[in-house]
Every structure is written in C-alpha cells, then in structure tokens.
Design a protein around this ligand. Structure first.
Ligand SMILES: C[S@@+](CC[C@H](N)C(=O)[O-])C[C@H]1O[C@@H](n2cnc3c(N)ncnc32)[C@H](O)[C@@H]1O
Length: 393
C-alpha cells in the first residue's frame, strides 16, 4: 500500500488579487465570504489515473500511447501487458492498481505472447504486486471455475464469445468441444442440459475441467477427455453414435436438504442423448482450422457402422441436420471484414478440399475481438457439408 497526502490551505489573510474575477465580485457584493480553510487529501482520495498522471511523464510524440489502464482479471489476479515505456514504473503501477481495486490481490505482467511457443496457450509472467498465488476461482455464466492460472489457458475477455455460442445450444443437444480448456463452453452447456463431450490436450486443463464438472454438478451431462483434438473429433463422433444414454430431469425445486426424510422427487422427463453432435467447437485460433481435415469422411469410416445407417439418422430421413462447426481463427483487421471473410473461407475450403463460399447460407464469420493492432479473432460457423462428412477415401 502506498501512502500519499496533500494539504491545501488558504491563509488567514488571502490576497483577493489572486482570486478569479467571479469570486472577487461575489465577495465584494457580500454574496459570499472567504474564510481560512484547510483541505487534507490523502491516498484514498486519488484515483488510479490521478496518481499515474501525476507520476508517469506525459507521452511525447514518440510515445503517443496513454497511461496503461487496460488489464484483464482472472479471479484475484490482474494481468497487465505493459508497453516497454512503462517498464520502469511497473511495480508502482501494479501496487496502485491493487490498492485501488479491492478484488485484485496479485498483479502480474505477461513476459511473452500467449502460447507463441506453447501449445497449451499458457504464458511466462512476473509478479509485480501481491503474493505469487495463481490459484484463482471465478464465475462465468453462473458457473464456478477454480484453476491454476499459471498452468492452463484462461481469458476473461472471451466471456461474451462463450455466452454467444452457448446461446446457440438447445437443451438435449449433443456438443463436441474439441479444445475445451477448463470448460467455459462445456460446463455452462451442461448446465443447460446439453450432452457435452469436452476435451483438452493439456492434462492440467483436463483436471480443472473435471473439477468444474463436479463443482457445478453437471456430471450427468459433461464427459471430460484428455487427448489430441484431431483424434478426439473422430473418436468422440464414433463413441456418441455407439452410446445409449439418457439423463433424468428433476423439477427445479428440490426438497430441503435439512429434511432427511424428504423423498427425491420423481423426474419430470428423461432426455435421450442424441447419436449425432449438433455442434463442434474448436477454440484454438492459431491452428484450429488445420484440424478440419479430421471431418473429411467423418461418417464414412466409423467402425461397425455403415454410412447408410448413419444417413438414416439424418435429414431428410429424420429432423436431425448435419452438425454445425464453429472454428476460431485469427485474421487481419478491416472496417467491414470482407477481405478477412474471403480469406477465412478460402482456408476452410483448402482444408476440407470443398468450396465454402462467403455466400453460403449456413456460413457466418463472427468478429470476436481485436487481439493486437493488426490482428482480429473470428469464429467461422458453417454446417458440415454432406459431401465432406461421407467422403470415401
Ligand atoms: C485458446 S484455448 C481455449 C480454451 C477454451 N475453449 C476457452 O475458451 O477458454 C485453446 C485450448 O486448446 C488446447 N489445445 C492445444 N492443442 C490441442 C490439441 N492438439 N488438442 C486438443 N486441445 C489442444 C490448449 O491446452 C487450450 O486449453
């Protein structure tokens, strides 16, 4: 905690020539009187920005950036990404940030860009203020997540994207989350009573996901896996086709826990797990598009199940459409995202060896967020083409 105080006093015989013309006029007309007064302002009075503006030299033409106000927060950890110009002030910035934000206990500075050299998207960091405690607990979409921020990927700035995709899912849908991390799509989808197969290659993410499934009581709906995503797309698809499973749905109001004699209420209905995923999510923007070849011949090469049997599970034989694929990726930035949409479609087409055009009715390219001055994150969503899913080869 810093300490800072400032006293301002008007002396007993103030010099009216130093006053503003308005104050002089008001005093002369007798409307106001001027008396000695001492104003004591301490550290608590000043905001983070007041203090930074007073301490950090103003930007010059070479450094036109502003005082660093941006940070992201995961539980009690605030995560700065300071420009070089602010490095000499980093401990001061961090201390004031922690002092001025009651929910921040630890402030860290990122030392490299997320996952530049690391498949699990974790990062090197230094602690600038507070204890080196990266075990955080946080809440998103009414779910609780506890994890070691040093060992798994997390980004609070993706909360609207997590929510946007979860809003597309309906109760009883089967969802395949190929790079699930600690479960910010999977666990809320499970709360919505979707049947989720959730996977992450990072064993630490998998462990945190298992914990979140337990904490949020979604074990009947979410199954965690720990394997490579390419393989998972195929094994999860085959396993779902081969799995008979249903989950009872109980009335919302459960009897009081304090009454040991209260009987468990009867289920109001039973949800039957579908044999076909409605949605595949692939949030690994640096490389998820390169996982698309795993969808080629997805339904043509299932052990012990012929593709004609699978066709019978799908429209037009039933009301089940082919799955939607949501693949995250990076591209450049423009005002209208037109060139980026074309470029993303071209890359998807190349990976699937099947043309996906921007005009396609089932295609959308969603602008998720800007991640760097010239870099934007997108989510391309499209329905898996029948020709791709059933391609023999
Ligand atoms: C950008 S994070 C997204 C995690 C989560 N979906 C979210 O929104 O927070 C990407 C995740 O992909 C995982 N990952 C990296 N390579 C993978 C692979 N080959 N197969 C499966 N998961 C992988 C990482 O461990 C990381 O948790």
């Amino acid at each position: 905690m810093l300490s800072l105080s400032l006293s301002l006093s008007l002396n007993a015989q103030p010099d009216p020539s130093t006053w503003s013309p308005t104050l002089q006029a008001l005093e002369q007309s007798g409307t106001v009187g001027v008396i000695p007064f001492q104003l004591h302002l301490d550290y608590g009075f000043f905001t983070y920005l007041d203090i930074m503006n007073a301490i950090i030299p103003p930007p010059d033409s070479k450094h036109a950036d502003e005082i660093p106000t941006g940070y992201s927060q995961a539980g009690h950890v605030a995560h700065l990404n300071l420009r070089e110009r602010y490095w000499p002030y980093k401990h001061l910035i961090a201390t004031v940030l922690a002092d001025k934000n009651p929910t921040v206990r630890t402030v860290i500075n990122k030392l490299d860009s997320v996952g530049a050299d690391n498949a699990f998207r974790t990062f090197q960091y230094e602690v600038l203020a507070g204890p080196d405690d990266m075990n955080v607990t946080l809440h998103e979409q009414g779910c609780t997540f506890a994890f070691d921020f040093a060992k798994v990927y997390w980004n609070s700035r993706l909360h609207t994207e997590h929510e946007r995709l979860c809003n597309l899912f309906n109760e009883g849908d089967a969802i395949c989350d190929v790079m699930a991390g600690i479960g910010p799509f999977a666990v809320p989808a499970g709360k919505k009573k979707c049947f989720v197969y959730a996977n992450d290659l990072n064993p630490e993410s998998y462990n945190a996901l298992v914990g979140a499934v337990k904490t949020n009581k979604v074990g009947e709906y979410v199954r965690p896996f720990n394997m490579d995503g390419h393989q998972f797309i195929r094994t999860a698809t085959a396993e779902l086709l081969d799995t008979e499973y249903s989950a009872p749905v109980y009335p919302k109001k459960r009897p009081s826990r304090s009454d040991p004699n209260a009987a468990k209420p009867a289920p109001t209905k039973t949800l039957v797990q579908p044999r076909i995923f409605s949605h595949y999510i692939m949030n690994l923007p640096a490389s998820a598009i390169t996982f698309l070849p795993s969808f080629i011949g997805l339904y043509a090469n299932i052990p012990n199940t012929s593709s004609s049997d699978i066709r019978k599970l799908l429209a037009p034989h039933t009301s089940t459409p082919l799955p939607m694929i949501h693949v995250h990726c990076f591209s450049t930035k423009s005002d209208d995202n037109v060139a980026e949409t074309q470029e993303i479609c071209a890359e998807i087409s190349r990976q699937l060896d099947f043309e996906i055009t921007p005009e396609r009715e089932d295609l959308s390219v969603w602008d998720v967020r800007d991640v760097a001055p010239k870099k934007r994150m997108f989510c391309a969503s499209f329905r898996l083409p029948e020709e791709v899913a059933f391609r023999e080869g």
